[in-house]
Design a protein around this ligand. Structure first.
Ligand SMILES: Cc1cc2nc3c(=O)[nH]c(=O)nc-3n(C[C@H](O)[C@H](O)[C@H](O)COP(=O)(O)OP(=O)(O)OC[C@H]3O[C@@H](n4cnc5c(N)ncnc54)[C@H](O)[C@@H]3O)c2cc1C
Length: 496
């Protein structure tokens, strides 16, 4: 069978791309290497608890919010149930040395009031910062559906100023700047690395509203499965793509699978890490400068992750996460150095319905692939003893860190499961095990949807921003290049 479009990779971006194209009457093949679609978002169950993996919470899901509109357009909204986080404080930002908690609310008015209460002398800085986030967020196509698409707009997230530049210009207050930089965790680039505009694109949706989903990321994947089926997308799972064949005219004509099969197509959308896209095509098909650029893209950090449970995990974690910072350096944003100096992100995990077990939690600590460099050649299920002993030690250290930094989870903590940068590399198929793929940082030219090859497009978190929202927008950008941005914008506006 010949398909109009082959979409490679069934993460949030690939699944969204497939649905958009199928909605317009095209035949679409969606090809995923893992055994199911949405492997990063699906989460897992252990000891009666459901643990989220690549999705904990998101902005933009309030009624009429940008993700709500995208999900309604994609036919997802009717299959999910968003659960609002606590508007008075969705993230508890905790610092040690100097100590202090700041409960970050959502809603611009609430954020302003809370910041002014803590920093009464910084009114001008707070107003200027919040105004600039709002303005930057609204200036982006697809985040603001009234705005026409302009390719030049994309450049604004490449050139500075950085978040740090802006904060330093606005205020001398180190504590205020640390609080406003804490959400760099959501995109994985430090305040001095990330452009202010890019930071605003990510945090702007969370400043408006914050939701989780009943049933977590697994429910989102089920919703995608339903809409893929409803729209007639043909899904190939457990089929790794090993190459893209080009016709004499240089256009994609089929996708080659590792098992030797070919799937014929007229055009192709690749939603993988940009370096994995390069591996699918002969390098001479691209300019050497483009290849060098993609090969040199900086990665976001990786992580050690502890999946735990604790009888004494009290209700205070419900409706909020905790960001715990131990070092004042670089606003506490560290993936190297001693483990006890690095930040921790902690969120709760929900017992399965009917399971009589204590509540769970997930603790994420930044790390690099190099920190498990001795075992780079090992594969899941066949890791050597040395690695397993190392991982057990790291999980014990994280357990101590959680106990020390989080009285909300005091007492007995059981380690249920653990992940390292190798886990992220192998299960998420992220080549460097990075949490969010490549960085979006000052001066780094990430790829855009269009490529030099006629009929080859890119989607995925590398194009716009990490997060489910960024991935979904990348799908609209890729499909807009095919179907017309104005046409998509009108269709999306009809969902308002
Ligand atoms: C620990 C963690 C926590 C996170 N928390 C949140 C959160 O709370 N909120 C939020 O919004 N975002 C969160 N994110 C980020 C979010 O999950 C991602 O930004 C988003 O899911 C990326 O989607 P994507 O489609 O770009 O990439 P992916 O989901 O990585 O999709 C790419 C797909 O391609 C497949 N693939 C790779 N190679 C091949 C091949 N050769 N052939 C076929 N298929 C292939 C992969 O298996 C994968 O399924 C988190 C991420 C992590 C790792």
């Amino acid at each position: 069978m010949k398909f109009d479009y082959a979409v490679i990779g069934a993460g949030a971006s690939g699944m969204s791309t497939a649905v958009i194209l199928a909605k317009h009457g095209y035949s679409v093949a969606l090809i995923e290497a893992a055994h199911t679609v949405g492997p990063l978002l699906r989460g897992f169950e252990r000891k009666g608890i459901y643990y989220d993996t690549g999705f904990h919470y998101t902005g933009g899901l309030k009624k009429g919010g940008v993700l709500d509109i995208f999900f309604r357009y994609l036919g997802i909204m009717e299959h999910i149930e968003p659960i609002p986080f606590d508007p008075e404080g969705f993230d508890l930002i905790r610092f040690f040395a100097p100590d202090g908690d700041f409960l970050f609310p959502y809603g611009y008015g609430r954020i302003r009031d809370r910041l002014l209460k803590a920093f009464p002398k910084e009114r001008a800085a707070v107003d200027a910062y919040l105004g600039a986030v709002k303005e930057s967020f609204q200036s982006r196509p697809y985040l603001n559906l009234e705005k026409e698409f302009s390719p030049l707009q994309e450049l604004r997230s490449v050139h500075g100023p950085s978040l740090k530049d802006v904060l330093d210009r606005l205020s001398p207050d180190a504590a205020l700047k640390r609080i406003l930089s804490a959400h760099c965790y959501l995109h994985g680039a430090a305040p001095g690395d990330v452009t202010f505009t890019q930071h605003a694109v990510v945090v702007g949706s969370y400043y408006e509203s914050v939701h989780g989903l009943r049933g977590g990321g697994a429910r989102l994947v089920h919703a995608f499965e339903k809409t893929l089926f409803d729209h007639g997308v043909t899904v190939f799972c457990g089929r790794r793509v090993s190459g893209i064949d080009l016709s004499f005219q240089g256009k994609p004509e089929s996708v080659r699978l590792a098992d030797g099969e070919h799937i014929s197509c007229r055009a192709c959308i690749v939603s993988l890490h940009p370096r994995q896209m390069l591996e699918l095509l002969p390098s001479k098909r691209f300019r050497p400068s483009y290849v060098r650029r993609l090969e040199g893209l900086d990665e976001t950090f990786s992580a050690f992750i502890l999946y735990g449970k604790s009888r004494s995990l009290n209700q205070r974690l419900n409706g909020k996460n905790i960001f715990s910072f131990f070092s004042p350096a670089e606003n506490g944003f560290l993936e190297k150095g001693p483990l006890h100096r690095r930040p921790l992100f902690i969120s709760s995990a929900v017992p399965k319905k009917g399971a009589s077990t204590e509540p769970g939690f997930i603790a994420i600590c930044p790390a690099t692939l190099g920190q498990v460099g001795a075992w780079l050649h090992s594969r899941p299920g066949r890791r050597p003893e040395g690695y397993r002993a190392f991982k057990a030690r790291v999980m014990e250290m994280l357990k101590d860190r959680v106990r020390e930094s989080c009285p909300e989870i005091s007492g007995d903590i059981e380690i249920v499961e653990g992940a390292t940068p190798l886990t992220l590399r192998d299960f998420s198929r992220s080549p460097a095990g990075s949490l969010y793929g490549v960085k979006h940082r000052v001066g780094q030219y990430n790829p855009v949807s269009l490529t030099r090859i006629d009929g080859l497009y890119l989607a995925g978190q590398a194009v716009v921003a990490p997060g489910v929202l960024g991935a979904v927008i990348s799908a609209f950008l890729a499909c807009g290049s095919i179907l017309g941005h104005d046409r998509l914008r009108k269709e999306l506006n009809a969902c308002l």
